[in-house]
Unconditional design. Structure first.
Length: 81
């Protein structure tokens, strides 16, 4: 996925999500510091609040696992007849 065409906020969100998923895949602890380190290791920069938001989301319940194994939700289906 090319991040170049995204807004700064969209790019930041994608970067922290990819970082959290990579940490999860590697069995590493997901927290704001590890997400920030992963983002920086890939040569990216995000606003300071993004790693904290991502860490809170991905460590709540099964959010990380669910993001990987469940199909994404999309708009509502057609009304029917």
């Amino acid at each position: 996925m090319a991040l170049a065409g995204l807004s700064k906020a969209e790019k930041d969100e994608h970067c922290v999500c990819f970082a959290a998923l990579a940490l999860h895949d590697g069995g590493a602890e997901i927290n704001a510091d590890s997400i920030k380190a992963m983002v920086e290791a890939t040569g990216n920069e995000v606003e300071a609040y993004w790693p904290m938001i991502a860490a809170k989301f991905f460590t709540s319940g099964d959010n990380c696992k669910n993001l990987i194994v469940k199909p994404g939700g999309s708009g509502g289906g057609g009304g029917g007849g």
